[in-house]
Design a protein around this ligand. Sequence first.
Ligand code: HEC
Ligand code: HEC
Length: 311
Amino acid sequence: MRELKILAIVIFFTLVTYWGVEPYAHSQMHKHVESDNFEYKDLKEVEKGDVAKGKDLVMSNCTACHAIKVANMPAPMDPVTSGSSYGVNPPDLSNMGAILDPKYLAAFIADPATASNVAHKFTPESGRSHPMPGYNWMPKEDIAAMVAYLQSIAPKEITPKEVYVSACGRCHAARYDGKVLGQKWTQIGQKPRFKYEKDSLAFDIKLLEYEDSLKKYMGKLPPDLSIIIRARDEHFLKTFIENPQTQLPGTAMPRVGLSEEGFEKVMQHLEDIGDPSKPTRDSLGVYFLIYMVIFTIFAVLWKKSVWRKLH
Ligand code: HEC
Ligand code: HEC
């Protein structure tokens, strides 16, 4: 009788913990954030802009800081010098029209800090301002024209890695992103495999210098994203990239404004580098199934033959 009572108490508390406390703790520690599927409902639609006018405006306003390789505009400075001037290397604008949402692109050009949800870092009291000037003094048609131009020059085919480089690569390294040992993605570009150790060290010194500037700008060094795909689930990454403030209020990481397609390519790249054996594993799955089928057939035949002998 006493044992039964103890058992009842244990069961009671187990159930309370399971149904009452665990989901509560879970919802407190991992709050649920809904995704807006990259619709950016807080931003205004952009009118169709004049591409030729946009080209003139971009060439005269943006190329002092940004490279545009597809339009033969080289970077005005090397990444390390850019980093020490702006805190971060302004990205090449070649792909932006294809991977960023047009509403976001227009809002970002008009007011970078507000569009990317980091205005809290650049308050008048902080004495700091966003390194990219806002263009909200321009008429809306002019901003729409620049968006139209950037959309017109963007290549039709963009690889997952290129999306990563354009949208994340200036802040996040990826040390397993290289086919050969010694290669990796760094915030100042792909580190090649150097023949001489001294060249490798010279590269690392430049990288450290860039990372120092980035640390000052962001408050901390953005994490390496090589294996983030194993540390965070897809829902977290989706809602975080869509709007970092929802998951980490006050964070220095900007909303980068990816379109849904841009986001899918970034995820593809994070999978490629974080789980490089996935394609092999997936194809092995098929072979394993074939093996199981053959094995089952043999097992059945063998069982039949054993029983035949017994009868
Ligand atoms: C004084 C230098 C400077 C000028 C001029 C400038 N930018 Fe930038 N831009 C930056 C910097 C720095 C960043 C990176 C900011 C960051 O990552 O926090 C940036 C980022 C961007 C991004 C990436 C936004 C994102 O969400 O990833 C786009 C797009 C962009 N700029 C477009 C433009 C356009 C278009 C113009 C001209 C109308 C322009 N920029 C002029 C410095 C500049
Ligand atoms: C202007 C710099 C900047 C850019 C661009 C940027 N990030 Fe970040 N990111 C940060 C910083 C800073 C942190 C650290 C945030 C913190 O701890 O508050 C961060 C953190 C993260 C984290 C870790 C979140 C966590 O807690 O696990 C992920 C994942 C991430 N970024 C993904 C991305 C992806 C993907 C892109 C491109 C689509 C990107 N970031 C673009 C600066 C940036």
